[in-house]
Write a protein that binds this ligand. Structure first.
Ligand code: NAP
Length: 278
């Protein structure tokens, strides 16, 4: 299979690195010439350029741009493709993409590899990013089974564990384990830096160690990604935030009321349940 990748940043670049290393012919397209040059230097791709026409002979194209550019990008490549070409994406939300993208291109398979780091751009691309990471395919009833098999095969080739769900179920699940944690972690950093005493803030910054490093990691990452999660998975994120707020109130009440038994029960439950997620 001849593979095309549009957007050679963290996700597209890392995918290209693994596929090129495995001997695939990988054609990369990016907006900037510097990105294309660097992608060739780093052996992310075998061919690179800024012109979408380069993708006309590819069998499978991964759209790895920011979420807001995915549909626009699909629209722009369509004039260059033959009908057998499969298009997939890597966007972190699926409800806003799966149906409109399938309307644009019937041979479209929505996908989302659950892997990442705090870095972005072509320099952030790394080998084995997807090794043992979950990848969710969210097909619609009309999605071609052959196209699903081909897209799944490539994700498995780079080490992903494959799952399938509807776009809606995907968006509800990732609101809980990906988008809500970004907002909670961001709010933690925000609250710590806006607390009233500058003296306390200064000392807290000096004392922050591994616990704060863990809990602040996702909230201190790429701001554009967090914004897009909120914009494109808005309702599911609001639902999760509201439920979270109710549970936060329960925590506050138990501490305020010195209800140590209630607090112990919550903490024992979270101690037991964490391994079910990671
Ligand atoms: P990234 O490192 O910023 O890379 C984005 C790439 O897209 C860059 O190569 C950039 O090209 C290009 N690009 C940026 N804006 C564009 C636009 N308006 N039109 C066309 N191309 C554009 O981002 P990323 O983290 O790889 O994220 C890419 C996609 O992966 C997103 O849809 C995101 O939801 C999804 N995703 C991200 C993660 C994560 O943890 N980061 C995890 C799973 C999925 P130039 O360098 O040439 O400007």
């Amino acid at each position: 299979m001849k593979i095309g990748i549009i957007g050679l940043g963290l996700i597209g670049g890392s995918l290209g690195l693994d596929l090129t290393a495995k001997g695939y012919e990988v054609i990369g397209v990016s907006r900037k010439k510097e990105t294309c040059d660097r992608a060739l230097e780093k052996q992310i791709v075998t061919t690179a350029g800024q012109n979408l026409e380069l993708l006309s002979k590819t069998d499978l194209i991964f759209v790895c741009t920011p979420i807001e550019a995915i549909l626009r990008t699909i629209e722009s490549i369509i004039p260059h493709l033959s009908p057998e070409t499969i298009i997939t994406d890597v966007g972190s939300v699926k409800g806003a993409i799966a149906s409109p993208a399938t309307k644009l291109w019937s041979n479209f398979v929505p996908s989302h590899p659950m892997a990442g780091t705090a870095n972005q751009g072509v320099e952030a691309a790394e080998y084995n990013l997807f090794n043992n990471a979950p990848c969710v395919i969210t097909p619609l009833p009309q999605t071609s089974p052959l196209a699903i098999t081909k897209v799944s095969h490539i994700w498995e080739t780079v080490g992903c564990r494959l799952y399938q769900s509807t776009p809606e179920l995907h968006d509800r699940a990732v609101a809980w384990i990906s988008h809500l944690p970004v907002m909670i972690s961001a709010n933690l950093i925000y609250s710590c830096t806006h607390t009233s005493s500058p003296e306390v803030i200064k000392l807290a910054q000096a004392l922050a160690s591994s616990g704060f490093k863990d809990t602040s990691r996702v909230g201190g990452g790429n701001p554009e990604l967090g914004l897009m999660m909120a914009q494109y998975n808005r309702q599911q994120l609001i639902n999760s935030l509201r439920e979270y707020q109710q549970n936060l109130d329960l925590l506050i009440e138990s501490i305020e009321g010195e209800n140590w038994e209630a607090l112990t029960n919550i903490l024992q439950e979270t101690y037991q349940n964490r391994p079910k997620f990671i």
